[in-house]
Design a protein around this ligand. Structure first.
Ligand SMILES: Nc1ncnc2c1ncn2[C@@H]1O[C@H](COP(=O)(O)OP(=O)(O)OP(=O)(O)O)[C@@H](O)[C@H]1O
Ligand SMILES: [Mg+2]
Length: 584
């Protein structure tokens, strides 16, 4: 081991900055938070190259005096607290006094234009590679404008981990959206080049900004709720039982104006929805908690994304009650329509939820003829050690039933077979999509175009994935604002992709690290599409569904593995069964 030494100031700063500034969206977050703390009513955010070359935030807040300007960029310099005592009653978004110094230490160039509201002239400051290179008087409007150029140019390790400009832009968009939702009394505008990505106007009415984020159709279905207690108040809006998403991306939780990830509150929300939405679906929700700051600790996470509560259970309970009550009052009629969907409490698996209609439901014609089923040209033999070593020849397969709502149990003359229903369905869908893609027949025109509304983040993902989406059969065009027309969708020949599924597909595309929007690997894209529409585990299957699934599976070119390479079926042959039971 080498001798222990103290690190130099520059290295210390870069290490510390790593915690606060992870990517361009972190710069946007810190600058926008400062603008909000400065009392801005309008915040303008410009990014270039997803924020990698430029993030510029301009506000009309209180401004910074010249004597404070260089101090603002030093470590532990803040105007928001003066001693540790203040930590227990924080009412501003910032308080650590490290954001600007962190940004300056990892950016190539930072420029500030700022003017106090009461001052006659403003100030300009330039910081190159973390060092102040100029401060001077300048004429500029009241407020502050900070440009951050060439992020991480001196931290190659970090630079390497940044995603493409379009992926970073999606994160920036999400961040701005989040800040705009909770600060609806402030106007926000995010743009890149001459394209406006998000724009909201300050308003007293929360719905105005929710409209920009979720679109009219969703906002119409949001149900408001409120709850008060001595130490906190909760308010927000939640989607009805038919307003669901495949992931939690439309759950926004804020505590004292701060977007947070709170496991307790999200779990509370899910609890309120437990018996009303299908398994595996997420609700749409905006939750704002205002709580006495002495009851929370916001200083537990460098980016303040997590906070600690003294009375977490009490708050979660109040949330469950308020949301349950809201859902009860307004959603009765919607629940009626949704009957038949499997919910966490009462699985009624035989009827599929709208997003889960698979090839099976269409293909499972009323063919209830008797077992055993003849599977043409298939002899199935699976070696447990090597599940891919399957031979196919003539065989009869008798379906015995389903276990754990996941595996189909069957027998043939060789032994006992277990088939993973999701893996099988995925394989079938994948091959059908691939075939139709190859034949250039994947795209199926809709009888009537369907109108959908996309959130700013979704629009951003759509923008970067539009060529791939067109390639796999989506014909989507921009109608104006957040509205898009879908004229054609991918089809397996048995089932059309639901136009509404575009929300989930966009979110799947974005969350898949493996492929990018410039992907030429269309198989990977088709795998996502195949997985999305396939029958899931947890779905109780009828005999005829199981039969159709197996028939379709063994009509596949490769029935042995799912598109991701996992085995679809295993066989416990007679010899293995005999060994297990000590007959041999
Ligand atoms: N847009 C702005 N308008 C007015 N003052 C600002 C602005 N941005 C920064 N400042 C001043 O610079 C100081 C340092 O900002 P910085 O973001 O580094 O620290 P902070 O906001 O106090 O704490 P944190 O590190 O938690 O964000 C702030 O305390 C504030 O006084
Ligand atoms: Mg700050």
């Amino acid at each position: 081991m080498q001798k222990i030494r103290l690190l130099d100031e520059d290295t210390i700063n870069k290490i510390a900055a790593g915690e606060v500034i992870e990517r361009p969206a972190s710069v946007v977050k810190e600058l926008v938070e400062n603008s909000i703390d400065a009392g801005a009513t309008r915040i303008l955010i410009e990014v270039t190259d997803g924020g990698k070359s430029l993030v510029k935030v301009t506000d009309d807040g209180c401004g910074i005096g010249q004597e404070d300007l260089s101090l603002a960029f030093q470590k532990h310099a803040t105007s928001k607290i003066s001693s540790a005592v203040d930590l227990s009653s924080i009412s501003t978004l910032g308080f650590r006094g490290e954001a600007l110094s962190s940004i300056a230490s990892v950016a190539g160039l930072v420029e500030v234009h700022t003017k106090l509201r009461s001052a006659l002239s403003g100030s300009y400051m330039k910081i190159v590679d973390g060092g102040v290179s100029a401060i001077k008087d300048i004429g500029c409007p009241a407020g502050t404008s900070i440009s951050v150029r060439d992020l991480f140019h001196n931290v190659p390790a970090r630079l390497k981990y940044l995603k493409s400009a379009s992926a970073e832009l999606v994160r920036v968009t999400e961040l701005v959206t989040e800040m705009a939702i909770i600060n609806y009394n402030i106007s926000f505008e995010l743009f890149t080049g001459n394209r406006t990505i998000f724009k909201s106007s300050r308003s007293e009415d929360w719905n105005d900004v929710l409209l920009k984020v979720f679109g009219l159709e969703t906002v119409k279905r949001l149900i408001p709720f409120r709850a008060e207690s001595r130490s906190f108040s909760l308010k927000g809006a939640v989607g009805g039982p038919l307003c669901t998403r495949s992931g939690p991306d439309w759950i926004y939780v804020f505590v004292n104006g701060r977007p947070v990830s709170s496991r307790a509150l999200t779990a509370g929300l899910r609890e309120a929805y437990r018996t009303i939405i299908p398994l595996g679906k997420s609700p749409i929700a905006v939750v704002s908690l205002e709580i006495n700051p002495t009851l929370i600790d916001v200083n537990v996470h460098p980016t303040k994304r997590e906070i600690r509560f003294q009375n977490e259970e009490e708050v979660a309970k109040a949330l469950i009650e308020a949301v349950s009550e809201a859902l009860k009052v307004k959603a009765g009629s919607e629940i009626g329509i949704g009957q038949g969907q499997a919910t966490a409490e009462q699985p009624r698996g035989k009827i599929l939820g709208p997003g889960e209609i698979t090839d099976l439901t269409v293909a499972s014609v009323a063919d209830q003829s008797t077992f055993p089923l003849e599977i043409a040209g298939c002899q199935v033999k699976v070696d447990l050690e090597n599940p891919e070593g399957v031979e196919v020849g003539p065989s009869r397969l008798r379906i015995l039933g389903q276990v754990l709502k996941l595996y189909i149990v069957a027998e043939n003359e060789q032994g006992l077979m277990l088939i993973d229903q999701h893996a099988a369905a995925e394989r079938i869908r994948f091959e059908r999509l691939r075939e139709r893609y190859g034949q250039k027949t994947i795209s199926q025109e809709l009888v009537e175009a369907v109108t959908i509304e996309l959130s700013p983040k979704e629009q951003q993902i759509l923008e970067s994935w539009k060529e791939v989406l067109a390639d796999i059969g989506f014909d989507i065009d921009h109608f104006g604002g957040s509205t898009y027309n879908i004229r054609a969708v991918p089809s397996t020949g048995y089932r059309l992709e639901s136009p509404q599924a575009i929300h989930d597909i966009l979110s799947d595309f974005f969350s898949q690290g493996r492929i990018g929007p410039d992907s030429t690997n269309i198989e990977e894209v088709l795998k996502i599409l195949a997985c999305r529409g396939s029958i899931k585990s947890g779905h109780e299957m009828t005999n005829s569904e199981m039969r159709t699934l197996l028939k379709d599976l063994y009509a596949c070119q490769n029935p042995h593995t799912c598109p991701h390479g996992r085995p679809v079926a295993v066989l416990l042959d007679i010899a293995q069964l005999e060994r297990i039971f000590g007959r041999r």
